[in-house]
Design a protein around this ligand. Structure first.
Ligand SMILES: [Zn+2]
Length: 226
């Protein structure tokens, strides 16, 4: 799942209007940003492979620390706690927690059974929508449009940048999604890890930039905490 995670972050702005879009987009992607770190540390493993479906190019050999249900809850609690400490906004902290956990739920829908429930010997979960590429794209696309619509509905551009920066990010996300679908298996686990980390390093400042140029439609601009 890729743009489906963005959908959750965009839509969450309605529930947590004071939270920066940067936090709201990092939260649903947090497990995928921890994953490359654990790959590079050698404690999780992935194997690229050529497959019929563009969604099955990766063999998730082992990723219990980033992608088990139990650890998703743990990371969610930690992320929510860090957010609450940094901003004293408990409502948004709860939303951040839910967003982190939403990653596991979204992955559960699409992954073939490879998601552990906890580290160590564990059953593997996944409903396997990835076996049907057209349905996967339809569901993810629908989620993305819906999430984006909620975000656009509960914010307004404060200037031209407010729309341009958002449109640019949407094009960027769709471009990466398209590339990932048409690109085949990545060359190595290092390439996968590097791509995810670079993506995160671009996403965070971009989302923060959008947030500074879009405000609450009812109240006008208000200071936000990143
Ligand atoms: Zn994931």
């Amino acid at each position: 799942m890729f743009i489906g995670h963005a959908a959750a972050g965009f839509a969450a702005k309605k529930l947590a209007p004071r939270a920066s879009l940067a936090w709201l987009l990092v939260a649903p992607w947090l497990l995928d940003f921890l994953w490359p770190v654990f790959l590079l540390l050698g404690i999780e493993r992935v194997r690229p492979r050529a497959a019929v479906s563009p969604f099955l190019n990766l063999d998730f050999v082992s990723y219990p620390w980033s992608h088990s249900l139990l650890m998703a809850l743990v990371w969610g609690v930690l992320f929510g706690a860090v957010y609450a400490r940094a901003t004293r906004d408990r409502r948004s902290a709860l939303v951040a927690f839910l967003l982190v956990v939403s990653h596991w739920a979204a992955d559960f829908l699409v992954h073939v059974p490879d998601l552990p429930l906890w580290p160590g010997p564990s059953p593997l979960a996944g409903l396997g929508l990835w076996r049907f590429p057209a349905y996967t794209m339809f569901v993810e696309g629908l989620l993305f449009v819906a999430g984006l619509a909620v975000y656009v509905g509960c914010t307004r551009p404060l200037d031209r940048t407010g729309n341009l920066a958002l449109g640019g990010l949407v094009a960027f996300l769709l471009g990466i999604y398209w590339l990932s679908l048409s690109g085949g298996a990545p060359p190595s686990h290092l390439a996968i890890a590097a791509t995810m980390l670079v993506f995160g390093a671009i996403l965070v400042p971009w989302a923060a930039w959008i947030d500074r140029h879009r405000g609450d439609p009812a109240e006008g601009d208000q200071s936000r905490m990143l």
